[in-house]
Design a protein around this ligand. Structure first.
Ligand SMILES: [Zn+2]
Length: 413
């Protein structure tokens, strides 16, 4: 990524000439044990998407203990707290999500073997929530105020079923955020700068149903769905912007000798381009309509098959130039601490929402080593885990600016 290195002559390195910043960086390392303790406490609080209240309360208490300003829990259980800036800098939100993919009844007792901790959700994104604490604590301990406000946010509903509800809510009701950083990547130096959008649909085909022999001649919902899937399988999509489609689940049927009264399928469409997302969604609707028509025409019965399409997920798409300010700043912050920066593949994160609105946003990596994410065998090893929050402190200060040291790089809108 030489093109990025060449363009970063006025490096965020100057931040390390500031005594308070240096002390804060050192503090995060010394604070590592406390961060781990908080991290493990959070792990044992269940928080499936749409059920994050318990974690929200823990985070709110922690924000109060740290001494953040304007602490609040909003209508959907996002928790926010601010370190106000000194002047006319941009408002930077630093976020991590509280929800996990694990149902409420999952055993969340943390288990330790050697230096490795096991617990479902221990990394994604619980570790990052704890990193918010240590970054905020470091800034408060040394009285660091950026030029712009830093808003710390533990948001809800990032995972699949949550459909980014937490961050959607934030950007619907607050127009003061100038840049957004989510900590939610398994690679410490990872930087996600594109927003892969997705549209998810449940398509249900229904008819009156009957006996396969006695009522033969009735339009068949399963046959109609088969016709639709045949058309979907032939969709044409571009390689760039990467666009994909998938029929992921099919359900329905009563017995081998029953014309089923209903069946359904779940369809996932993804793209880095919102035009492609919308185009494919339209294609899907056309395919379903045509499949129903063809099935009904085949039998010309007085009973017809019908289809209903329900949108189950909507994550908007968008992208930014690779060398935009927020990416460069994250790159420099990582390099400065000897972490290898890495532009990560397109994916869908909380940053989708601001990126799709044209607001600078990225998703960056957590500290420590991790694996088996989204399984009950998820593990975390706190090896040099403090590097993650150290990097993100430099990142947010680089974006928000620090008086007498570095002018803010993000424009205040
Ligand atoms: Zn996550």
């Amino acid at each position: 990524m030489d093109f990025i290195k060449e363009r970063i002559l006025e490096n965020v390195q100057v931040l390390l000439k500031n005594e308070k910043v240096l002390k804060a960086i050192e503090f995060i390392k010394e604070d590592d044990d406390r961060t781990l303790k908080e991290h493990l406490e959070l792990c044992e609080i269940p928080a499936p998407s749409h059920d994050e209240e318990r974690r929200a309360i823990y985070v709110k208490n922690k924000f109060e203990e740290i001494g953040l300003d304007d602490i609040k829990i909003d209508e959907v259980w996002n928790v926010m707290g601010t370190i106000p800036g000194t002047g006319n800098g941009p408002v930077i939100m630093l976020a991590a999500h509280t929800d996990t993919v694990f149902p409420i009844e999952t055993d969340l007792k943390v288990r330790k073997e050697g230096n490795v901790y096991y617990c479902p959700g221990i990394n994604d994104d619980t570790r990052a929530v704890a990193e918010l604490f240590t970054i905020a604590r470091a800034m408060k301990t040394f009285g660091i105020k950026a030029q712009g406000d830093i808003v710390f946010c533990a948001n809800v509903c990032e995972e699949g079923l949550g459909d980014l509800k937490g961050v959607k809510h934030i950007f619907e009701y607050q127009n003061s955020i100038d840049a957004f950083v989510s900590i939610d990547n398994p690679v410490t130096g990872g930087i996600v700068y594109t927003a892969t959008g997705s549209h998810r649909y449940q398509v249900t085909f229904s008819g009156c149903g009957g006996h396969s022999f006695a009522d033969f001649g009735l339009p068949n919902p399963i046959h109609a769905m088969g016709r639709a899937i045949n058309m979907i399988a032939q969709f044409q999509v571009p390689k760039i912007p990467k666009t994909t489609f998938n029929v992921g689940i099919v359900e329905g049927g009563t017995s081998v000798n029953t014309i089923s009264a209903s069946c359904s399928m779940l369809v996932d469409i993804r793209s880095d381009s919102s035009e492609e997302l919308n185009r494919l969604s339209l294609e899907l609707k056309k395919a379903v309509d045509l499949a129903v028509q063809e099935e009904n025409k085949r039998w010309e019965s007085s009973e017809n098959v019908a289809a209903e399409i329900i949108m189950k997920g909507n994550r908007p798409a968008g992208t930014q130039p690779k060398d935009c300010t927020i990416v460069k700043t994250a790159w420099e912050a990582a390099e400065l601490l000897g972490i290898e920066p890495e532009l990560r593949d397109e994916s869908s994160t909380d940053a989708n929402i601001p990126i799709s609105m044209g607001i600078p946003a990225i998703t960056v990596g957590r500290g420590g080593k991790e694996g088996k994410v989204h399984t009950i065998h998820e593990w975390f090893e706190p090896a040099d885990a403090f590097l993650g929050p150290q990097k993100d402190l430099l990142l947010i200060l680089g974006l928000a600016g620090l008086d007498g040291c570095l002018e803010h790089r993000i424009k205040k809108l």
